[in-house]
Design a protein around this ligand. Structure first.
Ligand SMILES: Cc1cc2nc3c(=O)[nH]c(=O)nc-3n(C[C@H](O)[C@H](O)[C@H](O)COP(=O)(O)O)c2cc1C
Length: 189
């Protein structure tokens, strides 16, 4: 697959880190774009973001990248984490960075655009922007972890979201915990 993975300045660099770690970057063409704020938040939240070998990293403002044109064939774009600022910009059609233009292109070309917002609580403006994006065909996959797998670490909590992203990409992790798949650690009392 040809993928664009973008990160913006919401909390949750660990979701980006865990996603990159679980995609086979040799078998898939992976392009990475981080906003300036994403880099700031990453510096706050992880010691060092590990970008796997083979991932092609691009500057947020570099429009000389293939995925800002509808003529370049890509399969999916994920923005993880997605700030409400970026979500609002995409909803309003603002496309003045490579990251925003790519999202704009994926929507207009009816390609898979997966947004992973992390914000709480929401304002009505946030909710309206989300509705606009759903109407335009985006997949809204909020960074809301689940706990029925009894995750034992922060990474394991993050993986409950990352596995859902991978499912949407068609790159499911065989190790992903699935409800009632016979591997439940404990039965509910
Ligand atoms: C430490 C830190 C954490 C933040 N967390 C969030 C967040 O969880 N969600 C959000 O929507 N914005 C969050 N923000 C605010 C965004 O970074 C800010 O709106 C920024 O303009 C987003 O820019 P970008 O979308 O271009 O990356 C955070 C900012 C900082 C400094």
């Amino acid at each position: 697959m040809k993928l664009v993975i973008a990160a913006t300045g919401a909390s949750g660099t660990i979701y980006l880190q865990r996603l990159l770690a679980q995609i086979d970057c040799a078998a898939n063409e992976v392009h990475l774009v981080m906003s300036g704020h994403a880099k700031q938040v990453a510096a706050q939240e992880v010691d060092a973001l590990i970008v796997p070998a083979g991932v092609r990293e691009h500057a947020e403002n570099d429009l000389n990248v293939p995925f800002v044109s509808g003529s370049a064939r890509f399969d999916a774009m994920v923005i993880v984490p997605c700030s409400m600022a970026t979500l609002g910009r995409i909803a309003s059609g603002c496309s003045d960075t490579a990251l925003l233009r790519a999202a704009d292109v994926f929507l207009k070309e009816r390609r898979k655009l997966i947004l992973v917002p992390r914000e709480t609580p929401w304002s009505l403006i946030h909710a309206r922007n989300v509705v606009s994006l759903l109407e335009a065909g985006a997949i809204l996959l909020p960074a809301i972890p689940s706990f029925y797998s009894r995750p034992g670490s922060v990474a394991a909590v993050a993986d409950t979201v990352v596995w859902r992203i991978l499912d949407q990409l068609g790159l499911s992790n065989p190790a992903a915990y699935r409800w009632r798949d016979g591997r439940a650690k404990t039965e509910p009392k």
